[in-house]
Design a protein around this ligand. Structure first.
Ligand code: FES
Length: 278
């Protein structure tokens, strides 16, 4: 399975980048959660780098692509290989192909709690440095669902601020604002100052989604508390096991305990975290 996945993914990534020395990173595991036949739920967990490394160790970033299309191709190939290896009967293979919700994913779609949001609600995305990662997909999802979303994105300098073209395509360039420490892109200063200025200027947000370093979260949590705006923070905890055993991802909570971000997060309201103890 691992070799089969590599055989498909490596040439594809090399062709897209037009670099034959580029090697992507890939971790794949098959999960067989559920009891066989009753609610058997075979699915694949995959982590694929958003680019590839050349021999000098430089990371070459992939351009934007439609992850849903890749997901469908990958799903069909996995099922075909399981069938060829006599792990799925012909009938079960066909039945799995016919499922509308596949349960397979090769791309980390972030679930967006929009059920309580109404069309026309305005939201903000706040990213700091590599904290952009979950927000690119969120921007695409929000745009597809018709929400008005503004981006506030900060970094040390212009080269720190990644995926601008994707954000601007999903949200519109006029909705994307930048701040850098050295002023090489957007305003010189902190991204939280940009948001504070917008709130002071009367811009009203139904919710602020954020991901970034701890100092940014702290300042943002205080700002949202002061202005009464609801938040959802994607905590950047280091996760070793991912299922609540190693306790490497814990964060102190306002009810006096420690919560594992891999199980209770990673997206939590800022009021959930005790920012004085973290
Ligand atoms: S990653 Fe191990 S407990 Fe969360």
């Amino acid at each position: 399975m691992r070799e089969g996945s590599l055989r498909k993914i490596v040439p594809s990534v090399r062709a897209i980048l037009d670099r034959h020395d580029a090697t992507p990173g890939l971790v794949v595991s098959i999960q067989t959660f559920g009891s066989y036949a009753a609610n058997f739920h075979p699915h694949v967990h995959a982590l694929v780098t958003d680019g590839a490394f050349n021999k000098e160790g430089e990371c070459l970033q992939l351009p934007y692509f439609d992850a849903r299309f890749v997901e469908e191709v990958f799903r069909r190939r996995v099922l075909e290989r399981l069938h060829q290896a006599s792990r799925l009967s012909e009938g079960f293979h066909r039945s799995l192909l016919g499922r509308v919700h596949s349960g397979f994913s090769v791309h980390g779609e972030q679930s967006v709690p929009t059920d309580d949001l109404k069309a026309g609600d305005r939201v903000a995305l706040v990213a700091g440095g590599i904290g952009l990662a979950p927000l690119v997909l969120l921007a695409r999802t929000l745009a597809a669902r018709g929400f008005a979303a503004d981006l506030y994105y900060g970094g040390r300098n212009e080269t720190d601020v990644l995926k601008r073209a994707d954000f601007e395509r999903f949200l519109g360039p006029h909705r994307c604002r930048y701040a850098t420490d050295d002023g090489s892109l957007g305003r010189r200063g902190l991204v939280t100052d940009l948001l504070a200025q917008a709130l002071e200027g009367g811009t009203a947000y139904r919710r602020v989604f954020a991901c970034g370093p701890l100092p940014m979260f702290r300042t943002l949590a205080a700002l949202l508390e002061k202005t009464g705006v609801e938040g959802s923070f994607a905590m950047e905890s280091e996760m070793a096991c991912g299922f609540g055993v190693c306790l490497g991802c814990v964060a102190p909570t306002t009810d006096g305990r420690f919560a594992t971000m891999c199980k209770e997060g990673p997206c939590v309201p800022p009021t959930f975290i005790d920012w004085k103890r973290i």
